[in-house]
Ligand binder design. Sequence first.
Ligand code: MUC
Ligand code: MG
Length: 373
Amino acid sequence: MSQVLIESLSATIVDLPTIRPHKLAMHTMQQQTLVIIRVRCSDGVEGIGEATTIGGLAYGNESPESIKTNLDAHFAPLLVGQDAANINAAMLRLDKVIKGNTFAKSGVESALLDAQGKRLGLPVSELLGGRVRDSLEVAWTLASGDTARDIAEAEQMLDIRRHRIFKLKIGANPVDHDLKHVIAIKKALGERASVRVDVNQYWDESQALRACQVLGDNGIDLIEQPISRINRAGQVRLNQRSPAPIMADESIESVEDAFSLAAEGAASIFALKIAKNGGPRAVLRTAQIAEAAGIALYGGTMLEGAIGTLASAHAFITLKQLTWATELFGPLLLTEEIVTEPLLYRDFALHVPRTPGLGLSLDEERLARFARH
Ligand code: MUC
Ligand code: MG
């Protein structure tokens, strides 16, 4: 078989409406912005990927606009003319001259995997060594900003058997206000649901010490990123003292971060995110570090649309155990999609297709309608 080359790489920014405002400590989302990556190859195969963040630059070091600029100016010239079927070589070539930029790298790696899967007639999970399950349990984030509305939303999700794990976004309000909000929701849902919180780094260590104790005492199952990623010593102390397990999210901006967190004992759970490691293969390296260190796993999201969500899911279904399940609900937060087939969410889980590649195709008409010009 003659070598298949990468002919072009393009990036399109897409703005999609959300079902309601989504309130995080650092930003209230009124819509979600995706960067859709298309890699065209000389055999006529096209791979699609997604590089998505939250709130412009509110969450991480890359924004949709910087992702597109860097893909156009720096990634595309390095990739055009390269072997499309050798994903190791392509990603090493990028890593050699492009520091960081894990969101953009993740979208590119996803697109190369999608193309290779379509070419070989295999799902991405099989390119990653093979799936050990077909579905993943999915948590829902309650983030309307209103306690009664959050409880009603959770009750509805339980009724329709879509979610029974709820993550509450806190940190923006005074600590006692947030604690009351969380405890009220846990009381209303009781043993019918797992209730967890994500503080998105908004507490300092002095606040977190007491708050983690109160949350643990009130049946909260997990506390995500309570303090700044920069305060590593504080994370180690909190991990030793909190009655509820501490999960690292923002603390992981690379596979190397995962290693140092594990070595220092700064968390007992890792949120796995393809965007923060550099792709579906890169995130599995972080998972392997966690597994070796006895750290539990959770399948995280940057609230991607269908493409980024399935790129994550294909990696996560190859893992031995996701003790804390996943939060791959991004597409359910959107009122519109840009792919032809919606993802299948049923009985509390996302079911991962067995069709070649990621298992999705772009809806060209919808993509053109929502693309930013
Ligand atoms: C985060 O910090 O985990 C994931 C779910 C959600 O609602 O926000 C994200 C980001
Ligand atoms: Mg988080």
